[in-house]
Structure formats: structure tokens, C-alpha cells
Design a protein around this ligand. Sequence first.
Ligand code: GLV
Length: 302
Amino acid sequence: MTEKLPVLVTPGVPDNLIRLLESDFTLVREPGPGIAILVTTGGDGADAAAMDACPDLRLISVMAVGYDKVDVAYAKARGIAVTNTPDVLTDDVADLALALMLSVFRRLPAQDLYVRQGRWARDGNPPLSRSLSGRRIGILGLGRIGRAIAERVQPIAGEIAYYARGARADAPWRFEPDPVELGRWSDVMVVAVAGGGPTKGLVSREVIGALGPDGVLVNIARGSVVDEPALVEALVSGRLGGAGLDVFADEPNVPEALLGLETVVLLPHQGSATIETRGAMAKLAADNVIAFAGGGPLLTPV
Ligand code: GLV
């Protein structure tokens, strides 16, 4: 019997992926020579130092669609392939974006609390919420997930516009090349661009100001895309109407000032966090490792 290849797994790699790998590979927790495969998560990533600690590294399999915490340029320079898990999570992330929009406009967490606290019976009906139907929905980033969000809101939106690096010939929605203009136009702006250097702070103080006191920001992408201190200030002062946030700049730490605000809905990075999707992501991450070990083409190289 041939010896099993070692695979280095980072601390965040979940059990479902471990189970898919442990029969074919020797899973190790410490870097070192002789390790060709690293399996990591979106949160753990892999920086240059992590790669340098494994001089024989040839593959980084990321169990996430976002690989902003992987130094891909460094990996390329060292001849290390990187794979991610696109497509399998698109539906769940887009569903959650819609859920966040509805939650903010219809004040679902506050209404739920109202019932639980016995206030319905004690104080009568709660204040009215606001319609999502008929709103102008701006989508920042028209990749797989942005497009799936646009398709989901199509039946209820008044109008849809999107920002991307260029107009998409196959997209029926209005292209807006300036994020500030998109903010001015939008009733709700949904952030769906990939995280990382090129999009850092794309939702600037100015964009947030352009959304204004009736505007809502929804972020299912990465906290780094938004100027978080500016966002917090705008929400606290009422210069931004509301926000639905699944991602933050320094997860799992959420700015204290947001915790008491009824105008925001806060989620602990749940976009892809369903049993079904996490199962599919684990399988794809494992299949990339298996393909690499078998000398076959990678399924989803970045
Ligand atoms: C989740 O945030 C992912 O990138 O898959």
C-alpha cells in the first residue's frame, strides 16, 4: 500500500471536509517540508508566511468562494495552484441578501422581539414598517452572486441598476459606472463584489452619504468593501436609514455601536451557512484535492 499524502488543514476547516479527506490523506496541523497540499477556509486564508512554511506546497484548496485572505499573487509566483468553491453557494448567498433586505425594510428582528417581549398584547400594534416592493435596488458587483440577487429581486423591484468594472452585454439592468451615483439612485444598495485590495473601501463615506437617511445598505460580500467606521457613524446619526450586514471588517467582532440600533440587522456571516451548501462546498474543496493528487485537472482553479 502506498503511503497517504499529507494534507495540511487550517484550524477553521470544518468536520464535514475533514471527513471527506481523512480516508485518502494524512491530515496534519503543522506546516513543514513534504507537504504539497494545504486546505483552508475563507477566514483562515493563506498568506506568504504560511506558504513559506511549506516549501513543497503546490496546491491551496480554499473552502469558500472568496479568497481575499489568500495571497494569490505570491502563490502564482511560487507555482502554487489555488482553488475555491464557486457556484455551489450562489443561491444561498443571494437568498440571504433578499432576506436581509426584507428584514431591514419590514423590521423583522424588531417585530419578532416585540412579540416575544409580550409588547403586542401590552402596548398594541408596533410602528409601521416600509415596503421593499417597488424600490430601486442597486447592486454593487455583478458576478455570479450579484446576478443571482438581481434575478431574485426582479419580480419585486421598481428598478434595478448595477455597478461593475464594465457594462455587461448580457445583463438587462441599467449599468452605473460610479458607486456614488449608484448610491444616490438606490433605495437599497447590495454589496456583492469580491473582497480584497481592489475593492477595499469601495463603499466609501461618500457612497454611504449618497444613500442617505432613507437609504439602506446590505452587505453579503466582505466587510473590507465598506468604510465601516463611516457606516457606523452614518447609522448612529441617522444619516443612513438602515443596514443589513452579514459581514464585518474584523469578524467575529462587530462594532459595539451597532448592537443597540433597531435600524440594522446583524448576522454572523451566514451567507453560505446551510447544511446543504456547506456540504457541497466541502465536496468541491475535497474534489479539488483529489483531482490534484490524481494528477488530473483542477475543478475550480482561481
Ligand atoms: C464566504 O464568505 C465565502 O467566501 O465562501
